[in-house]
Write a protein that binds this ligand. Sequence first.
Ligand code: IPD
Ligand code: CA
Length: 264
Amino acid sequence: MTSAAELLDLATDIAREAGELARTRRAEGVTVAATKSALADIVTEADREVEALIRSRVAAARPDDGFLGEESGGSAPDAEITWVVDPIDGTVNYAYGLPAWAVSIAAVAGSADPQEWEALAAVVYAPAIGEVFAAARGSGAFLDGRQIHVNAEVGPAGALVATGFGYDPATHAGTLAQIARVMPIARDLRRGGAASLDLSYVAAGRLDAYYERGLQPWDHAAGALLVTEAGGVVSGAPGGRPGRAMTIAAAPPVYDRLVDLLEF
Ligand code: IPD
Ligand code: CA
């Protein structure tokens, strides 16, 4: 069986190449190709082209592996290893020219289902910022080669908390009510617009916590491994795996209090 470190090397090479393609396309000008689940949920030509590049690189290097991508769906669901890919996470930022977007690639074992898989390797590459977050299972999490850790303590002003609004407008009132409950423990709130980077920033101690409902497998596959390898806690609703109903990632001193306030 291939080691997690070998999978990470491949994921990193592919993410860098994909990120450069996305950056080139961004400089040439972005066109929205279609809307998906809602008017605000867009896909650009670049999302499709970048995912096709990643898919072809994975297929060339590891033809027996499975693939699950945001734009092109799944293949070989029973493969030993599956590559879970968001070619451009933070597409709305990308379309508006904000820098918080990333290529997110994870290699997972066991199942293509986030309720069951075991993530082995993860890369989140933010080309417009120039940062690579990387983790291999059991080997820690790294930002540009330097090991990162979640925050060990939260200061008296409270936690820096990030969240997101899913594309489904019907969920927004509930999300706003949750924010009102969380604010008493927050020094401030962030809405970055790219779930993979929110998770990476919890891993790096740039945020104390992040939570969001409505995430898809490719939004959290890589970022969740980064957080656990950096010493953080990741879950869905308490006790469960991250998923559409809820994803919570936090430094240990914040996690229990945040879960209480989210009220499951
Ligand atoms: C979205 C971003 C956003 C989050 C949404 C995701 P996309 O991914 O991660 O921060 O709030 O739930 O769908 O559509 O830009 O790949
Ligand atoms: Ca995306």
